[in-house]
Write a protein that binds this ligand. Structure first.
Ligand SMILES: Nc1ncnc2c1ncn2[C@@H]1O[C@H](COP(=O)(O)OP(=O)(O)O)[C@@H](O)[C@H]1O
Ligand SMILES: [Mg+2]
Length: 361
């Protein structure tokens, strides 16, 4: 049990957040027992009197000499107690007894003591007092149990504004233990384990079945390296298959390293896209017509009904004639047979390569 027993002069929200980064697990009990305003005022009044007696030495007070040295610290405390009484009267804040205890569990005495020591160090570094409980340990433990209001009561009184600064409202999240994607086998491990501070973090890109991810940063900050790491880690899942569209060959080392294939699409003997390979069904042809039309539009041409007819006629011809189903043959036949102005240019055909989902050898 590590008790926090002294408070710094002032507090701010999340003042004890550094405890989050401790490389150990602990239970932090924050018990606050509210006093009603009248009771709080009485207690604060008592505190004020206690400090007031310390301002001037006892003999000085007894004989009313008025010559002894004034204890400035005690005087300050009196004025703080008066402020506190004013605040309690205003009822903007409530006062109560606050008992914070950090409970560590373990079956190795030596290790536990070391951990308690490191907790104490961290809490002290934030300007608090902290002690490892000895004689009082049982009391402190009982007081840390929910609902126990009689064991281990700590002075001084604290108000709710300070309480809000002190209680651990947020904690470091260490990530989901399993990948949240429902399409992975049950209890699939997270994509990878990383470290944030000294806390391990289980990284998953999925939220439900969606894994959309945006990474941004300056050039050379490691985006491509991260992408390759994610790709490599994805291989931990059974039957994982990876298709990456690579810019500037940043995946090349990984692909070679794991025995994968890396193609320069459309260059020489490498595989190329074949968007028009499937033209059997009506919906295939409708898709192809729509796609070719989009290409024409992207070249800055306004598509007229004539263009549209030409495209679908040509697609029909390609389907029945068994001609090679490439954009090149689409273009050749279209020029030769319809004698219309050629609307698909060679540069378009090259452009096609960048936007297609089907890869064929
Ligand atoms: N986590 C890392 N540790 C060490 N070196 C790294 C790390 N991430 C990236 N690098 C190095 O930084 C350089 C730039 O990384 P890169 O992924 O190409 O950046 P970006 O794609 O963001 O421009 C590379 O030489 C890479 O080896
Ligand atoms: Mg890059």
């Amino acid at each position: 049990m590590v008790a926090i027993d002294g408070f710094p002069g002032e507090s701010w929200p999340g003042i004890l957040n550094t405890t989050d980064s401790m490389p150990l697990s602990y239970r932090w009990s924050s018990r606050f027992m509210f006093l009603d305003p009248i009771e709080a005022r009485q207690k604060l009044e008592r505190t004020r009197k206690k400090w007031l007696q310390k301002v001037r030495p006892f003999m000085d007070q007894l004989f009313q000499t008025g010559s002894g040295a004034v204890d400035r610290d005690a005087a300050l405390m009196v004025s703080e107690a008066e402020d506190a009484i004013a605040e309690a009267n205003s009822q903007l804040v409530a006062y109560g007894y606050y008992t914070p205890v950090i409970v560590l569990f373990g079956d190795n005495d030596k290790k536990l003591r070391e951990q308690a020591e490191s907790v104490r160090r961290i809490v002290r570094a934030e300007g608090f007092g902290a002690r490892i409980e000895g004689l009082n340990a049982t009391e402190a433990y009982l007081g840390s149990l929910p609902g126990n209001w009689y064991a281990n009561i700590h002075e001084p009184l604290l108000n709710t504004r300070n309480l809000a600064d002190l209680i651990p409202l947020n904690a470091v999240w260490s990530g989901s233990r399993v990948c949240p994607c429902p399409f992975y086998p049950e209890n699939s491990p997270p994509l990878m384990q990383v470290v944030s501070g000294s806390t391990p973090f289980r990284l998953n890109l999925h939220s439900g079945d969606v894994g959309h991810t945006l990474v941004f940063g300056p050039t050379g900050s490691g985006k491509s390296t991260l992408l390759a790491l994610i790709a490599a880690q994805f291989r931990r899942y059974e039957n994982a298959q990876l298709f990456a569209f690579d810019k500037g060959k940043s995946m090349l080392p990984l692909a070679l390293g794991v025995g994968g294939d890396h193609y320069d699409v459309g260059a020489g003997e490498a595989p190329a896209f074949c968007p028009l390979s499937e033209l059997t069904s009506d919906s295939d042809r409708a898709w192809a017509a729509q796609w070719l039309e989009t290409l024409v539009v992207l070249q800055g041409v306004r598509v007229t009904p004539d263009h549209r007819n030409a495209i679908s006629r040509q697609l029909g011809l390609m389907t029945t004639s068994g001609a090679a189903r490439s954009p090149t043959s689409f273009r050749a036949c279209n020029c030769a047979k319809s004698r219309r102005r050629c609307i698909i240019t060679a540069s378009m055909v090259r452009w096609v390569i960048c936007s297609m989902p089907n890869v064929m050898n």
